[in-house]
Design a protein around this ligand. Structure first.
Ligand SMILES: O=C(CO)[C@H](O)COP(=O)(O)O
Length: 254
């Protein structure tokens, strides 16, 4: 039995259009979720409404993978916070390293999006992470502190209390990634908690869930969730098949 509520979820990234999403969410909705788990799923935009409507009224949180910070306007190809809400999502993933690396996302645009999310009552799941180079040069903490402080800039303590942070080392993500050692994650999360304490005080900082992501699998998930300052895991490939997600959920509560 685990000792704290754990956020466990997955982003499907650019996988599962409406037909595949319908099939997957049909399996997800019938999963038995232990009460100490807060589950979430983040489908691509085209499947968002299907997934959110199927999971409406359940304990699942549903998010989109990105959004613009403006409410509407001439922003070809973009999706607004209103649209995300209208599809039934209650969460929004922001600042994933794939968006920072390939689509020009910056600390500043992440901050604009976090503020927009809060205005629209979407819970931001803010991804932060060090590059392989930053890790090699020993500046992981500096990078995470900078990304966190800028993402949360201008928010009140109460607003910061509504966000989730996910530490996802860039070098740990994807098929070529190497899962971070639990000891390293423990240290990174403890330091992150101190950054949050600087912003909102130590008691409020304890209430911000900080998740780990990057090559999380059935083999290693429970080693992360057992750590004091890890409040859940954000899973990619190993949870795209709903049975993989279900097995990981079971592994962290047994
Ligand atoms: O965002 C992630 C989780 O959805 C992250 O990029 C980890 O992906 P994974 O390495 O495929 O688990």
């Amino acid at each position: 039995m685990t000792r704290k509520p754990l956020w466990i979820g997955t982003s499907w990234k650019m996988n599962k259009g409406p037909a595949a999403a319908r099939d997957a969410v049909g399996q997800i909705v019938s999963m038995a979720i232990p009460e100490e788990i807060t589950p979430f799923v983040i489908p691509p935009f085209t499947s968002l409404e299907t997934v959110a409507s199927t999971l409406s009224g359940t304990r699942w949180h549903v998010g989109a993978q990105n959004m613009h910070w403006e409410d509407d306007g001439a922003w070809t190809g973009e999706i607004s916070p209103h649209m995300v809400r209208e599809c039934g999502a209650d969460m929004i993933e922001l600042g994933h390293s794939e968006r920072r690396e390939h689509f020009g996302e910056t600390d500043i645009t992440v901050n604009l999006k976090v503020r927009a999310a809060i205005r629209h009552k979407l819970r931001p799941l803010i991804c932060i992470g060090d590059s392989a180079e930053e890790y090699e040069f020993g500046v992981t903490h500096e990078t995470l502190a900078r990304q966190t402080k800028i993402a949360l800039h201008g928010l009140s303590a109460a607003e910061i209390g509504t966000v989730l942070l996910a530490y996802e080392p860039v070098w740990a993500i994807g098929a070529k990634g190497r899962a971070a050692e639990p000891d390293f994650v423990a240290l990174a999360h403890t330091r992150l908690r101190n950054v949050l304490a600087e912003l909102v005080g130590s008691e409020a900082a304890q209430r911000v869930p900080v998740l780990y992501g990057g090559s999380v699998s059935l083999d290693n998930a429970a080693r992360y969730t057992a750590l004091d300052n890890v409040d859940g895991v954000f899973i990619g490939r190993s949870a795209w098949d709903p049975s993989g997600l279900e097995a990981i959920i079971r592994s962290v509560v047994s």
